[in-house]
Design a protein. Structure first.
Ligand SMILES: Cc1cc2nc3c(=O)[nH]c(=O)nc-3n(C[C@H](O)[C@H](O)[C@H](O)COP(=O)(O)OP(=O)(O)OC[C@H]3O[C@@H](n4cnc5c(N)ncnc54)[C@H](O)[C@@H]3O)c2cc1C
Ligand SMILES: Cc1cc2nc3c(=O)[nH]c(=O)nc-3n(C[C@H](O)[C@H](O)[C@H](O)COP(=O)(O)O)c2cc1C
Ligand code: FES
Lengths: 268, 307
């Protein structure tokens, strides 16, 4: 099996530059649809793929699977300030081809317990990427989904259909003014399971929340990756259960398992 | 067309590769991880992850940084330890056609010897690659491979401890690569492989500190290729044992540079990350080149580019 060559079906900018707590962090958010039926048919929410972002990138870039269709997948990606790979990706046009080192979706994915009826999804900014797919998948199973969505403002949001939305914005243009973690405690009782994706400070705040102590909480972890296949050991983190490779054993972990203090010091 | 190469002509068992394309240590796992992607049995040989006596946890995050045409890594030799390799991996390899070479790393000469002793006679292991790019704890932390005497001491100890073919992997972090190569060959190495990663640092200017958790890392990828070709060229002209070229190989033409500089075989490393079938493409490209140029035996190309 050779590398997958995926054709770009569409690649559109959803919004322009956005700041996180006042600092310019991203040059924009994009949605790209790739034709790759082999991955689409296997993909589970929370899994990711590695993407070769041009000749100049010697490491492929990991992106969560954001949506799936019959013959393709969508990625939701933020272009980083001086991000080599993400800016290359944003220049791809319809019909261009993109190489994916592995023909399979990677990582473990979220797991919904069969008895869970009420799913609480917590997205911080670009953390909507894997949760969109999770929300769509969960609705198929007649569950109720509430999405707590924290963003900079009301323009920079990508909202999955048919879910209950609760918003927080840093500028207060919609919903609660402030962080999504401010209002999270109000929804915990309702939830059978909590699923979160967002920046490190969001996870750290959640790790300190006493209300979450006895809830099953799954989060998606971001670290630098080399191979995505479990061979390079570039992605290893320490957890309460020992060393784990984020690309194989993750990227989804129980909130309690991750040693957040150690990760915070390293950064990505 | 003859592609096979013998990497340990003086060794009783020998180390015969069906073709000169191998995978580099630390970039191809144990081979098993790629089995579902392509037919790994077509490779010349697979080199496993650096293996130590006891399992190692490796370095803090971040462990990887991308640099212009290169990758800086500080994995810190995270591995499952030699006992687990013998128990869990070797039995799988025993059923393979492709030879698997175990890459060993010690902190003392005795550790290297003890690793070699443990691997001796284990089914499924085709040879040992001795990584001498590790700090010598007893001698103040310079790499074993930095000096001819310490490199030779490791080689001699490993040689005495095993009858397996022994390939010593040279580090570029020395002022005397030819001296080290000669000393290692003299001490009983069947073959030499080079290069391991030159040291480097990336500073994260936003955080005002080194980007990698370990501060220092090792550089790989096309950025190091001309340095590696130079070192292979120099070493191949100075020793009689087979030389294996490593450093930034992503295509057949890259591999042919090393072969023409004097390498009998090559290893593909960082290129596996963006293209797991890179080694197979390198192999097919070499075959095409030989067909086009009317070359019957790969041996005709080894050293063919030396001026
Ligand atoms: C499992 C997983 C899923 C992800 N899903 C998404 C997603 O759906 N949408 C999205 O926008 N981003 C996602 N990311 C983050 C994304 O991988 C990085 O933003 C991207 O690699 C940056 O590449 P760059 O070349 O633009 O940045 P550069 O800074 O030029 O990259 C240099 C190196 O650092 C790595 N790197 C830089 N930032 C990150 C980061 N935050 N996380 C991991 N590696 C990083 C790059 O992969 C590359 O190896 C995910 C990360 C992981 C680990
Ligand atoms: C992530 C990574 C891990 C590595 N681990 C090892 C190792 O355990 N032992 C070793 O001898 N070399 C190790 N190397 C070095 C490679 O085997 C090879 O010598 C080097 O990367 C140069 O080849 P390349 O440019 O083709 O990658 C590692 C390299 C990388 C990138
Ligand atoms: S990214 Fe290589 S082991 Fe996880």
């Amino acid at each position: 099996m050779r590398q997958v060559v995926a054709t770009v079906i569409s690649n559109e900018q959803l919004w322009g530059e956005h700041r996180v707590l006042g600092h310019l962090k991203f040059l924009g958010a994009w949605l790209i649809w790739l034709k790759c039926p082999e991955i689409a048919s296997e993909a589970k929410p929370g899994q990711f793929i590695m993407v070769n972002c041009g000749e100049e990138c010697l490491l492929p870039r990991p992106f969560s699977i954001h949506q799936v269709s019959d013959d393709g997948i969508a990625l939701f990606y933020a272009v980083l300030v001086s991000g080599k790979g993400t800016s290359w990706l944003s220049r791809r046009k319809k019909g261009d081809t993109i190489k994916l080192p592995s023909p399979h979706p990677l990582g473990n994915g979220f797991s919904i317990v069969s008895s869970s009826k009420n799913l609480l999804l917590v997205a911080g900014g670009n953390g909507i990427a894997p949760l969109y797919f999770l929300a769509q998948d969960a609705l198929k199973g007649k569950r109720s989904v509430t999405l707590l969505y924290g963003t900079a403002d009301n323009k920079r949001r990508s909202i999955p259909p048919h879910i209950k939305l609760v918003s927080a914005t840093e500028d207060g243009t919609v919903g609660h003014r402030g962080m999504i973690t401010d209002i999270l405690p109000d929804y915990i009782n309702w939830a059978d399971q909590v699923f979160a994706c967002g920046p490190l400070p969001m996870y750290q705040a959640m790790a300190h929340m006493s209300e979450l102590k006895n809830k099953p909480v799954q989060i998606s972890l971001e670290v630098r990756m080399g191979c995505g296949l479990g061979v390079c050991y570039g992605c290893t983190v320490k957890t309460r259960n020992g060393l784990r490779q984020v690309c194989q054993d993750g990227p989804i972990f129980e909130l309690d398992d991750v040693l957040w203090e150690e990760l915070a010091d390293g950064g990505v | 067309m003859k592609l096979s190469v013998q990497l340990a002509p003086k060794n009783k068992r020998g180390l015969l590769l069906a073709n000169p394309v191998m995978t580099a240590s630390g970039t191809f796992g144990w081979g098993t991880e790629y089995e579902h992607l392509f037919d790994i049995q077509r490779l010349g040989a697979i080199v496993g992850k650096g293996t130590t006596l006891k399992p190692r946890e490796g370095n803090p995050q971040p462990r990887l940084a991308e640099t212009p045409c290169g990758v800086l890594n500080a994995i810190g030799l995270q591995n499952i330890g030699v006992e687990a390799v013998i128990k869990e991996k070797a039995p799988i390899w025993a059923g393979w056609r492709v030879p698997v070479i175990v890459n060993i790393v010690g902190e003392t000469v005795e550790e290297y010897a003890s690793l070699a002793r443990k691997l001796d006679g284990v089914g499924g292991i085709g040879g040992i690659e001795v990584n001498i790019g590790c700090p010598n704890i007893e001698a103040g932390g310079d790499e074993f491979g930095a000096h001819p005497d310490s490199a030779a001491a490791v080689t001699a100890a490993v040689r005495a401890a095993t009858s397996l073919p022994v390939m010593v992997k040279l580090t570029p972090n020395t002022g005397d690569i030819v001296g080290v190569a000669q000393a290692v060959a003299e001490a009983g190495a069947d073959a030499l492989s080079l290069i391991n990663t030159p040291r480097g640092i990336v500073i994260d200017i936003a955080r005002r500190r080194p980007l990698l958790g370990n501060v220092r890392g090792g550089l790989s990828g096309p950025a190091i290729r001309p340095i590696a070709v130079y070192m292979v060229y120099s070493v191949a002209g100075a020793v009689k044992v087979p030389v294996v070229g490593i450093g930034g190989i992503a295509s057949a033409s890259d591999a042919l540079e090393f072969i023409m500089a004097g390498a009998s075989a090559v290893q593909v490393g960082t290129a596996n990350f963006t293209n797991p079938s890179a080694p197979i493409e390198v192999l097919e490209g070499i075959e095409e080149f030989m067909a086009k140029e009317g070359v019957e035996d790969i041996a005709e190309l080894i050293g063919a580019g030396r001026g």
